[in-house]
Ligand binder design. Sequence first.
Ligand code: PMP
Length: 289
Amino acid sequence: MIIYLNGEFVPKEEAKVSVFDHGLLYGDGVFEGIRAYNGRVFRLGEHLDRLYDSAKTIDLNIGMSKEDMAEATLETLRRNELKDAYIRLVVTRGVGDLGLDPRKCDKPTIFIIATGWGAMYGDLYEKGLTAVTVSVRRNPADALPPNVKSLNYLNNILAKIEANYKGGDEAIFFDTNGYVAEGSGDNIFVVKNGTIFTPHTLNNLRGITRLVLLEIAGEMGIPVREQNLGYFDLYSADEVLVTGSAAEIAPVTKIDGRSIGSGRPGPVAAQLVAAFRTKTSEEGTEIYQ
Ligand code: PMP
Protein backbone atom coordinates (compact mmCIF):
# COMPACT_ATOMS: atom_id res chain seq x y z
CA MET A 1 0.00 0.00 0.00
CA ILE A 2 1.30 3.44 -0.98
CA ILE A 3 0.47 6.48 1.13
CA TYR A 4 0.68 10.14 0.19
CA LEU A 5 2.55 11.93 2.99
CA ASN A 6 3.59 15.58 2.82
CA GLY A 7 4.21 15.68 -0.92
CA GLU A 8 5.69 12.19 -1.26
CA PHE A 9 4.36 8.74 -2.04
CA VAL A 10 5.78 6.23 0.44
CA PRO A 11 5.14 2.59 1.35
CA LYS A 12 2.75 2.14 4.30
CA GLU A 13 5.61 1.00 6.58
CA GLU A 14 7.41 4.32 6.00
CA ALA A 15 4.32 6.51 6.41
CA LYS A 16 4.99 7.80 9.92
CA VAL A 17 4.10 10.97 11.76
CA SER A 18 5.74 12.53 14.81
CA VAL A 19 4.49 11.97 18.38
CA PHE A 20 4.60 15.79 18.59
CA ASP A 21 2.01 16.14 15.83
CA HIS A 22 -0.93 18.12 17.19
CA GLY A 23 -3.34 15.92 15.25
CA LEU A 24 -2.29 13.17 17.65
CA LEU A 25 -1.71 15.27 20.78
CA TYR A 26 -4.91 17.33 20.55
CA GLY A 27 -7.08 16.03 17.70
CA ASP A 28 -6.17 19.34 16.04
CA GLY A 29 -6.87 18.88 12.36
CA VAL A 30 -9.51 18.06 9.79
CA PHE A 31 -10.27 15.14 7.52
CA GLU A 32 -12.48 13.68 4.80
CA GLY A 33 -13.74 10.20 4.01
CA ILE A 34 -14.42 9.79 0.29
CA ARG A 35 -15.35 6.90 -1.98
CA ALA A 36 -14.35 6.01 -5.51
CA TYR A 37 -16.62 3.84 -7.63
CA ASN A 38 -15.88 2.28 -10.97
CA GLY A 39 -12.73 4.33 -11.63
CA ARG A 40 -14.22 7.67 -10.54
CA VAL A 41 -14.01 9.62 -7.29
CA PHE A 42 -17.52 10.48 -6.15
CA ARG A 43 -18.14 14.16 -5.34
CA LEU A 44 -14.43 14.94 -4.94
CA GLY A 45 -15.02 18.68 -5.37
CA GLU A 46 -17.64 18.78 -2.58
CA HIS A 47 -15.36 16.84 -0.22
CA LEU A 48 -12.45 19.19 -0.90
CA ASP A 49 -14.70 22.23 -0.41
CA ARG A 50 -15.78 20.86 2.97
CA LEU A 51 -12.19 20.02 3.94
CA TYR A 52 -11.01 23.55 3.17
CA ASP A 53 -14.07 25.10 4.89
CA SER A 54 -13.44 22.97 8.00
CA ALA A 55 -9.78 24.03 7.96
CA LYS A 56 -10.75 27.70 7.55
CA THR A 57 -13.10 27.47 10.51
CA ILE A 58 -10.33 26.19 12.78
CA ASP A 59 -7.83 28.69 11.28
CA LEU A 60 -5.68 25.98 9.73
CA ASN A 61 -3.89 27.01 6.54
CA ILE A 62 -3.54 23.86 4.42
CA GLY A 63 -0.89 25.58 2.29
CA MET A 64 -1.75 23.53 -0.79
CA SER A 65 -4.29 24.35 -3.50
CA LYS A 66 -7.48 22.34 -3.91
CA GLU A 67 -6.29 21.40 -7.41
CA ASP A 68 -3.05 19.95 -6.04
CA MET A 69 -4.97 18.15 -3.29
CA ALA A 70 -7.29 16.64 -5.91
CA GLU A 71 -4.31 15.51 -7.98
CA ALA A 72 -2.58 14.01 -4.90
CA THR A 73 -5.79 12.09 -4.16
CA LEU A 74 -6.06 10.76 -7.73
CA GLU A 75 -2.37 9.87 -7.82
CA THR A 76 -2.69 7.93 -4.53
CA LEU A 77 -5.46 5.86 -6.14
CA ARG A 78 -3.34 5.31 -9.27
CA ARG A 79 -0.27 4.25 -7.28
CA ASN A 80 -2.45 1.67 -5.50
CA GLU A 81 -4.15 0.63 -8.76
CA LEU A 82 -7.59 1.15 -7.24
CA LYS A 83 -10.88 1.70 -9.06
CA ASP A 84 -13.24 1.18 -6.13
CA ALA A 85 -11.92 2.60 -2.89
CA TYR A 86 -12.41 4.38 0.37
CA ILE A 87 -10.12 7.39 0.68
CA ARG A 88 -9.07 9.06 3.93
CA LEU A 89 -7.64 12.54 3.53
CA VAL A 90 -6.15 14.05 6.69
CA VAL A 91 -4.67 17.46 7.42
CA THR A 92 -3.31 18.04 10.92
CA ARG A 93 -2.00 21.24 12.50
CA GLY A 94 1.43 19.65 12.24
CA VAL A 95 4.35 19.21 14.60
CA GLY A 96 4.54 21.58 17.59
CA ASP A 97 5.58 21.48 21.21
CA LEU A 98 3.63 20.00 24.11
CA GLY A 99 1.57 23.16 24.57
CA LEU A 100 -1.63 23.46 22.61
CA ASP A 101 -0.82 26.80 20.94
CA PRO A 102 -1.17 26.21 17.19
CA ARG A 103 1.23 29.09 16.45
CA LYS A 104 4.05 26.71 17.41
CA CYS A 105 3.16 24.38 14.54
CA ASP A 106 5.06 25.47 11.43
CA LYS A 107 3.32 23.50 8.75
CA PRO A 108 0.44 21.04 8.50
CA THR A 109 0.90 17.31 8.13
CA ILE A 110 -1.02 16.03 5.11
CA PHE A 111 -1.64 12.41 4.29
CA ILE A 112 -3.92 10.38 2.06
CA ILE A 113 -4.77 6.71 2.51
CA ALA A 114 -6.70 4.76 -0.14
CA THR A 115 -7.99 1.25 0.48
CA GLY A 116 -10.30 -1.16 -1.30
CA TRP A 117 -12.91 -1.09 1.48
CA GLY A 118 -16.30 -2.62 0.60
CA ALA A 119 -19.72 -2.26 2.20
CA MET A 120 -19.37 -0.90 5.73
CA TYR A 121 -22.42 -2.61 7.21
CA GLY A 122 -22.07 -5.98 5.38
CA ASP A 123 -25.39 -7.84 5.15
CA LEU A 124 -27.25 -5.20 7.19
CA TYR A 125 -28.19 -3.34 4.00
CA GLU A 126 -30.67 -6.18 3.33
CA LYS A 127 -31.73 -6.78 6.94
CA GLY A 128 -31.62 -3.22 8.22
CA LEU A 129 -29.58 -1.76 11.06
CA THR A 130 -30.47 -1.85 14.73
CA ALA A 131 -29.93 1.65 16.14
CA VAL A 132 -30.06 2.96 19.68
CA THR A 133 -30.50 6.50 20.94
CA VAL A 134 -27.68 7.52 23.26
CA SER A 135 -27.46 9.75 26.31
CA VAL A 136 -24.33 11.56 25.17
CA ARG A 137 -25.41 14.73 23.28
CA ARG A 138 -23.95 15.98 20.00
CA ASN A 139 -21.42 18.80 20.48
CA PRO A 140 -23.42 22.03 20.48
CA ALA A 141 -22.63 24.31 17.52
CA ASP A 142 -21.54 27.08 19.91
CA ALA A 143 -18.91 24.78 21.47
CA LEU A 144 -17.47 22.82 18.54
CA PRO A 145 -19.64 23.05 15.42
CA PRO A 146 -20.53 19.55 14.19
CA ASN A 147 -20.17 21.04 10.68
CA VAL A 148 -16.39 21.02 11.14
CA LYS A 149 -15.15 17.58 10.20
CA SER A 150 -12.36 17.72 12.73
CA LEU A 151 -10.00 15.03 13.97
CA ASN A 152 -11.62 15.42 17.38
CA TYR A 153 -14.14 12.55 17.13
CA LEU A 154 -14.37 11.79 20.83
CA ASN A 155 -17.98 12.96 21.00
CA ASN A 156 -18.83 10.45 18.25
CA ILE A 157 -16.70 7.73 19.84
CA LEU A 158 -18.53 8.13 23.17
CA ALA A 159 -21.82 7.68 21.30
CA LYS A 160 -20.44 4.60 19.55
CA ILE A 161 -19.25 3.09 22.84
CA GLU A 162 -22.73 3.57 24.29
CA ALA A 163 -24.29 1.95 21.22
CA ASN A 164 -21.87 -0.98 21.52
CA TYR A 165 -22.89 -1.55 25.16
CA LYS A 166 -26.57 -1.32 24.20
CA GLY A 167 -26.15 -3.74 21.31
CA GLY A 168 -26.80 -1.25 18.49
CA ASP A 169 -25.14 -1.21 15.07
CA GLU A 170 -25.30 2.59 15.15
CA ALA A 171 -25.93 5.34 17.70
CA ILE A 172 -28.49 8.10 17.22
CA PHE A 173 -27.45 11.40 18.79
CA PHE A 174 -29.79 14.08 20.09
CA ASP A 175 -28.60 17.67 20.48
CA THR A 176 -28.64 19.59 23.77
CA ASN A 177 -32.17 20.85 22.94
CA GLY A 178 -33.48 17.30 22.63
CA TYR A 179 -33.76 17.24 18.84
CA VAL A 180 -32.46 14.40 16.69
CA ALA A 181 -29.00 15.33 15.37
CA GLU A 182 -27.38 12.43 13.47
CA GLY A 183 -25.68 9.05 13.80
CA SER A 184 -22.14 8.66 15.15
CA GLY A 185 -20.85 8.69 11.56
CA ASP A 186 -23.85 9.40 9.35
CA ASN A 187 -26.84 11.66 8.78
CA ILE A 188 -30.38 10.52 9.52
CA PHE A 189 -33.67 10.56 7.63
CA VAL A 190 -37.22 9.62 8.55
CA VAL A 191 -39.86 8.63 5.99
CA LYS A 192 -43.48 9.24 6.99
CA ASN A 193 -46.52 9.06 4.71
CA GLY A 194 -44.34 9.39 1.59
CA THR A 195 -42.39 12.46 2.79
CA ILE A 196 -38.71 12.42 3.78
CA PHE A 197 -37.83 14.39 6.92
CA THR A 198 -34.32 15.24 8.07
CA PRO A 199 -32.89 17.64 10.67
CA HIS A 200 -31.49 21.04 9.68
CA THR A 201 -27.70 21.03 9.53
CA LEU A 202 -26.71 23.08 12.56
CA ASN A 203 -26.57 20.07 14.88
CA ASN A 204 -24.86 17.65 12.49
CA LEU A 205 -22.23 17.31 9.80
CA ARG A 206 -23.35 18.65 6.42
CA GLY A 207 -23.08 15.26 4.86
CA ILE A 208 -22.31 15.04 1.18
CA THR A 209 -24.31 11.81 0.90
CA ARG A 210 -27.15 13.67 2.67
CA LEU A 211 -27.17 16.16 -0.21
CA VAL A 212 -27.04 13.35 -2.76
CA LEU A 213 -30.09 11.76 -1.12
CA LEU A 214 -31.96 15.09 -1.21
CA GLU A 215 -30.98 15.47 -4.87
CA ILE A 216 -32.26 11.95 -5.69
CA ALA A 217 -35.49 12.57 -3.78
CA GLY A 218 -35.97 15.76 -5.83
CA GLU A 219 -35.39 13.89 -9.09
CA MET A 220 -37.90 11.22 -8.05
CA GLY A 221 -40.49 13.72 -6.91
CA ILE A 222 -40.40 12.54 -3.28
CA PRO A 223 -41.18 15.53 -1.03
CA VAL A 224 -38.47 16.46 1.51
CA ARG A 225 -38.74 18.59 4.65
CA GLU A 226 -35.86 19.78 6.81
CA GLN A 227 -37.16 20.26 10.33
CA ASN A 228 -36.59 19.47 14.00
CA LEU A 229 -37.31 15.84 14.87
CA GLY A 230 -37.76 14.08 18.20
CA TYR A 231 -38.19 10.58 19.63
CA PHE A 232 -41.78 10.54 18.41
CA ASP A 233 -40.70 10.98 14.79
CA LEU A 234 -38.16 8.17 15.05
CA TYR A 235 -40.39 5.61 16.74
CA SER A 236 -43.48 6.34 14.61
CA ALA A 237 -41.62 6.48 11.27
CA ASP A 238 -42.54 4.29 8.31
CA GLU A 239 -38.82 4.06 7.46
CA VAL A 240 -35.56 5.40 8.85
CA LEU A 241 -32.31 5.68 6.88
CA VAL A 242 -28.76 6.78 7.56
CA THR A 243 -26.34 8.15 4.97
CA GLY A 244 -22.59 8.63 4.79
CA SER A 245 -19.68 8.19 2.42
CA ALA A 246 -18.60 5.11 4.35
CA ALA A 247 -22.12 3.87 5.25
CA GLU A 248 -23.65 4.88 1.86
CA ILE A 249 -27.47 4.59 2.27
CA ALA A 250 -28.45 2.12 5.00
CA PRO A 251 -31.97 1.35 6.25
CA VAL A 252 -32.59 1.29 10.02
CA THR A 253 -35.27 -1.25 11.00
CA LYS A 254 -35.08 -1.15 14.78
CA ILE A 255 -34.57 1.73 17.23
CA ASP A 256 -34.38 1.18 21.01
CA GLY A 257 -36.03 -2.22 20.60
CA ARG A 258 -38.99 -0.91 18.58
CA SER A 259 -39.51 -2.13 15.02
CA ILE A 260 -39.61 0.73 12.53
CA GLY A 261 -42.57 0.48 10.13
CA SER A 262 -42.86 -3.09 8.91
CA GLY A 263 -39.57 -3.99 10.60
CA ARG A 264 -37.96 -4.55 7.21
CA PRO A 265 -36.19 -2.15 4.82
CA GLY A 266 -38.98 -0.22 3.11
CA PRO A 267 -39.84 0.77 -0.46
CA VAL A 268 -38.52 4.34 -0.26
CA ALA A 269 -35.13 3.08 0.95
CA ALA A 270 -35.05 0.56 -1.91
CA GLN A 271 -35.78 3.29 -4.49
CA LEU A 272 -33.17 5.63 -3.05
CA VAL A 273 -30.50 2.93 -2.85
CA ALA A 274 -31.09 1.92 -6.48
CA ALA A 275 -30.82 5.53 -7.67
CA PHE A 276 -27.73 6.03 -5.50
CA ARG A 277 -26.05 2.99 -7.12
CA THR A 278 -26.72 4.42 -10.57
CA LYS A 279 -25.38 7.86 -9.62
CA THR A 280 -22.23 6.53 -7.97
CA SER A 281 -21.38 4.28 -10.91
CA GLU A 282 -21.92 6.97 -13.54
CA GLU A 283 -20.60 10.19 -11.98
CA GLY A 284 -17.32 11.41 -10.60
CA THR A 285 -13.77 12.54 -11.32
CA GLU A 286 -11.96 10.09 -13.59
CA ILE A 287 -8.93 8.51 -11.91
CA TYR A 288 -7.32 7.08 -15.04
CA GLN A 289 -7.71 9.53 -17.97
N1 PMP B 1 -22.08 12.75 10.28
C1 PMP B 1 -20.90 12.37 10.79
C2 PMP B 1 -20.62 12.62 12.23
C3 PMP B 1 -19.95 11.75 9.98
O1 PMP B 1 -18.77 11.37 10.48
C4 PMP B 1 -20.26 11.51 8.62
C5 PMP B 1 -19.33 10.77 7.71
N2 PMP B 1 -18.09 11.15 7.65
C6 PMP B 1 -21.49 11.94 8.12
C7 PMP B 1 -22.38 12.55 8.98
C8 PMP B 1 -21.86 11.75 6.68
O2 PMP B 1 -21.15 12.63 5.87
P1 PMP B 1 -20.78 12.29 4.36
O3 PMP B 1 -22.05 11.88 3.69
O4 PMP B 1 -20.24 13.55 3.81
O5 PMP B 1 -19.78 11.20 4.39
